[in-house]
Design a protein around this ligand. Sequence first.
Ligand code: ADP
Ligand code: MG
Length: 397
Amino acid sequence: IYPGSVDAAGRPATLGVLGGGQLGRMFVHAAQRLGYLTAVLEPDAQSPAGLVSHHHIQTAYDDPAGLAQLAGLCQAITTEFENVPAQALQTLAHTRPVAPGAAVVGIAQNRIEEKAHFTACADVSGVTCAPYAVIETPAHLQAVCTERPDLLPGILKTARLGYDGKGQVRVQTADALAAAWAELGGVACVLEKMLPLTAECSVLVARGWDGQVVVFAPQRNVHVDGILALTHAYEGAVPPPLAARAAAAAVAIAQHLDYVGVLCVEFFVVDDGSAHGGLVVNEMAPRPHNSGHYTLDACSASQFDLQVHAMTGLPLPQPRQHSPAIMLNLLGEVWFDASGQPQEPDWQAVLRLPGTHLHLYGKAQARPGRKMGHLTITGPDVANVKAVARRAAELLN
Ligand code: ADP
Ligand code: MG
């Protein structure tokens, strides 16, 4: 689907996205830069993506009329959040190319299926996930309590709908595990062994309809309270031997899924006594990812550009990172002072720092933990980028 092309009915090529969050907004920007029109399906009237799109279909994600309208407007459709009903993607796929597809999004939506996939392709990816057990019934719980003491201390995670550390309880004992499962409502869960993490990293892969694959260099991520706080993206941010393994594993995982679009695979680096530590695959997101936002300012093609190229069947450019970068997430806290009073961040001071790229998502109301924007710092060398990032963090905290 070529940018700027017009169909038989005279309509310009239009790309659709399910979901109206910041990932959708940055996708829309990338699509528009190539000359596509865009359509967003999102119930919220004031959504970050809906506000900047040519078309905003304001219905529920599974509304048949809304989906029909989206399919009618668009030549190709993607999603920007993984909890979109897989059925909606399936419906759209009857009449339009949809990437990523319903089946792979369905796998990524469910930690049980996701871990089964990682396990199934461990031979080709070279990585396994943390030791875990599935808990879906009281009998499973009982069996895990008696037969899997090796999983404690562990983290109980709901199979579905967890994000930013939500839907997780850390447990030390079998009693605590039973209480935690009850607290989570007795829904399907996985109990994962708590691992001694030395670092976390992620890899962005893009794969086309024809199987062409490109991969960004792995970036190192720092989470605070389960939410991404910082991404380090420069040579050596992830030790090269680990980076090479992580990149190869992410590509293998995408290929094994016959994935089309941008996929983010998250890894743990675990202290296993070896020089650089061992690599464990954690989870995957079937879409561009917060940890890839630095690609907008530090790479020749961003993760959003690649999403546009992949879904439309354009060639995938091999992205080249031209600057070291650090990304700071801007959560709602930044808009409040120490005593909890609303305050406007000191953008004058922040933007005076060299190499700062401010992205705000157009969300009217700041709330603690809410992703309001991000700040990427690029510069001539890593020392410079780190120094500016430290100063920016001081100004914003
Ligand atoms: P979410 O979907 O909320 O991102 P994750 O499974 O990635 O859920 O967990 C959130 C964070 O919790 C991880 O980034 C990591 O810091 C920590 N964590 C999760 N699982 C483990 C584990 N098995 N061992 C140690 N830390 C973990
Ligand atoms: Mg995660």
